[in-house]
Design a protein around this ligand. Sequence first.
Ligand SMILES: [Cu+2]
Length: 183
Amino acid sequence: MKHLLIKTLFIALVFGLAACGGEETAQQGEEEAVDDGVRTVDIIGNDDMRFVVAEAADGLVTGGASGQNVILEAIEASPGEELRIRLTTVSNLPPSAMSHNLAILELEADVDAFARASVQARDNEYIAPEYEDWVIATTAMLGDGETDSFTFTVPEEEGEYDYICSFPGHFAGGMVGKLIVSE
Ligand SMILES: [Cu+2]
């Protein structure tokens, strides 16, 4: 009888601990998703074939309006900074007609050659396999309502890095910007 009681208590204790542990993990997970201290740039790809943001902000170079938003022309960053880019496509068209990605290219990349070759690379989300070495980081190719993000370490080398959308016609249509890296 005493043995059974101890066993019951032990089981209750184990389950109790497991429940507590689970809760804690979930809370930590949520916190990380909301604010893990990494600077995040939220960007929308729209039907005007523009990268836009909701509003001007420190560290962003913005231009004229595009719909409800402002055109994002450049992102300013410090060498070695952790940075998250989050892209969302907002479109009235099907993904086959209007999708976006955001690929940041190395300084030495030939952006025209990359864009031209990537148009042919439908099976590789329009990232030319032969030039993948030029890609510092990229989101997935996103149709309406889809979001993808990446977190990366900004290169130590100062300069202006191109980022583009490599969906056919979008680079030519002006869906480009600069990651400006300087102290
Ligand atoms: Cu695009």
